[in-house]
Design a binder for this molecule. Structure first.
Ligand SMILES: *Cc1c(COP(=O)(O)O)cnc(C)c1O
Length: 463
């Protein structure tokens, strides 16, 4: 298979010196070089992949949980490691022939621990949700009380939402941002925790645009003798890049995806302390420490054989994330989100919490005659791919909503900066002002966006 290094970029980032082929032709050629077997053996599937690649190349990916993984991450994910079984953990496998697999998993574990300063790491969870399931199982038997944010308030399904195992098998207690400010109120959270005495508390969200105060949560958890678990699936890259506090020193356990801002393969991981500070209270009869209980909850508690091709790709992503370039990336992600927020506020739009400290912002259309869904669908027609989202105190239903969530991680990976955010704010404004005439207006906006996209080819697809 032909490998393309970034130095062999086919498309020059600078449009003034770009004399090469157009993006569409380049994409076709690169995909043929990368997937020649797929192209000849399964043209039907191949053409669907190309169609998706083209879509992700000439539109603005503003779903804050999406990104572009590097060629190196994609190559590891597509490697022969998919063929090997190695149930168990390094040096303790249930299958023979795992000398190299042990080294691969250990590399991923060591790099991950270094990245976050964690005592223990498990890299086997298949994704973020299974990681959270394993954490819950390791800390709380079914029927016990867990506390988290409900989905409409920005929490995740796995934090105790009713249609998920966590809401079905556990008693759940909810907290969330205040409808008037869009902010978490730590006194209110403390009151709920004191009243309810949960066994574990989740801190983490999918749509909260502000910095989380892990120290405040840690105080609350200490007072009510609860496990504190941070779910950093959305903000993993902000933490690694040093633009959001690291929860590891404050929490018993930290769970995450490896994709989203971290730009790894689709996978999950769990960090924890080794010793359990609540062992005597909650597990007096167990001779396993916290790290061992987490490992057992993942395998054999929940999963079978680890996906070693994915774990190899995780190791690659952790290496990439440990570079100064990744810190610059994280800083720019936040700078871009702030700039976009500023420009939208200038144009008179309302934002949940009045702005952002992170990679995302949520437009608040509670006062508007149109819904979040109306705007998200119109934006998609114009080439801005985002999603509608509940806002705190939302009067509309979950499938309609009064919010649109916008994120900058993928655009920043493409190299976009403040001037591009200014143009994007302008396009969002044009779309919102022309919802009634969107069919006439969208094609013009879409053409302008496609032109911008050609100047910023996505790594992992085109460069
Ligand atoms: C994305 C996300 C998850 C789940 O990850 P999947 O890989 O989609 O299962 C869990 N928690 C939070 C806060 C997330 O944003």
């Amino acid at each position: 298979m032909t490998m393309l290094r970034s130095s062999e970029s086919t498309i020059d980032r600078n449009p003034k010196t770009n004399t090469g082929e157009d993006a569409s032709t380049a994409l076709e050629r690169i995909c043929q070089q990368r997937h020649p077997h797929l192209q000849s053996q399964d043209p039907e599937l191949y053409s669907l992949i190309i169609a998706q690649a083209r879509h992700e190349t000439d539109t603005l990916k503003m779903i804050p949980s999406e990104n572009y993984a590097s060629f190196a991450v994609l190559e590891a994910t597509g490697s022969i490691l998919t063929n090997k079984y190695c149930e168990g953990y390094p040096a303790a496998r249930y299958y023979e022939g795992n000398e190299f697999m042990d080294q691969i998993e250990q590399l991923a574990i060591d790099r991950l621990k270094a990245l976050f300063g964690a005592e223990h790491a498990n890299v086997q969870p298949y994704s973020g949700s299974p990681a959270n399931q394993a954490v819950t199982r390791a800390l709380a038997p079914p029927g016990s009380k867990i506390m988290g944010m409900p989905v409409p308030a920005g929490g995740h399904l796995t934090h105790g939402w009713k249609v998920n195992f966590s809401g079905m098998d556990y008693q759940t207690v909810h907290y969330g941002p205040r409808p008037d400010t869009g902010l978490l109120d730590y006194d209110q959270i403390r009151d709920i925790a004191r009243r309810e005495r949960p066994r574990m508390i989740w801190v983490g969200a999918t749509a909260y645009p502000r910095t989380l105060d892990y120290a405040a949560f840690a105080e609350i958890a200490q007072e009510v003798e609860a496990y504190l678990v941070a779910d950093i699936a959305h903000i993993n890259g902000l933490i690694v890049g040093g633009v959001h506090p690291n929860p590891v020193p404050h929490c018993d356990v930290v769970s995450s995806t490896c994709h989203k801002m971290l730009r790894g393969p689709r996978a999950g991981f769990i960090l924890s302390r080794i010793e359990d500070r609540w062992q005597r209270k909650y597990f007096p009869d167990s001779n396993l420490n916290l790290a061992k209980r987490i490992d057992r909850a993942v395998f054999p508690g929940l999963q079978g054989g680890p996906h070693m091709h994915v774990i190899a790709a995780m190791a690659v992503a952790f290496k990439e994330a440990a570079t100064p370039a990744f810190r610059d990336y994280a800083r720019q992600v936040v700078a871009n989100a702030r700039r976009l927020a500023e420009k939208l506020l200038e144009k008179g739009y309302r934002l949940v919490s009045g702005g952002t400290d992170t990679h995302l912002l949520v437009m608040d259309f509670r006062d508007a005659p149109y819904s979040g869904k109306d705007v998200a669908q119109a934006l998609a027609k114009a080439g801005i791919i985002a999603n509608f989202n509940m806002v705190p105190g939302d009067p509309r239903k979950p499938f309609i909503t009064s919010g649109v969530r916008l994120g900058t991680p993928a655009l920043t990976t493409r190299g976009m900066k403040e001037p591009e955010m200014d143009r994007i704010a302008g396009w969002i404004d044009t779309v919102c002002r022309n919802l009634e005439q969107i069919e006439e207006v969208a094609p013009r906006v879409r053409a302008e966006i496609a032109e911008l996209c050609r100047q910023f080819p996505p790594p992992g697809i085109l460069i």
